[in-house]
Unconditional design. Sequence first.
Length: 185
Amino acid sequence: MLEIIFFYLFFGSIALYYGVGLKKILTIRKTPLCYLKDVLKSLFITVSVSSATFLLEEYVFARLGISEIYPFFMTIFFAAISYGIHRLIKTRVFDFTEDYIVPFMIVLMSLTEGFSFLSTILICVSGVLSFYLLILFVFALRTRFKIYQKDAGEQPFFMLLLGTAVLFIAIYGFNASWLNLGLIL
């Protein structure tokens, strides 16, 4: 189970591997402490939707032989729970495109890649945490580039995109086949 956590926390990150939420990450304006409420909201939404959909798929749809329709019910559960959380917390205008696309994609990824209930929940938690860890990384890059912005005159968005690309290469670069000495003849 520890392999699942580390894989989806670093290597299978939904923002780095699939590119979901990169625009949101690179254009952040809030401080990292402001994201604590978003982390808790995303964790609750992803875990509750994926567990309800997994149990429905496992005990109802699989027995009926119609397990291919689980994304439809996942979308219904996601919309209902997200709207309920929105009404409970009283956040700004309810918008599915801005705040809810990343948790939606994390739920979809966890349901398609999870092989048991526990692995599905671990993939959800690791996916949400990896997204917000990447926000902390970009925030650190942004504060670092503010120091050099006066001298270099570079665009901060370009530098953040370049920093994210370097992180992507650093994480996935070791997996290149030419680095494996056993394959060289």
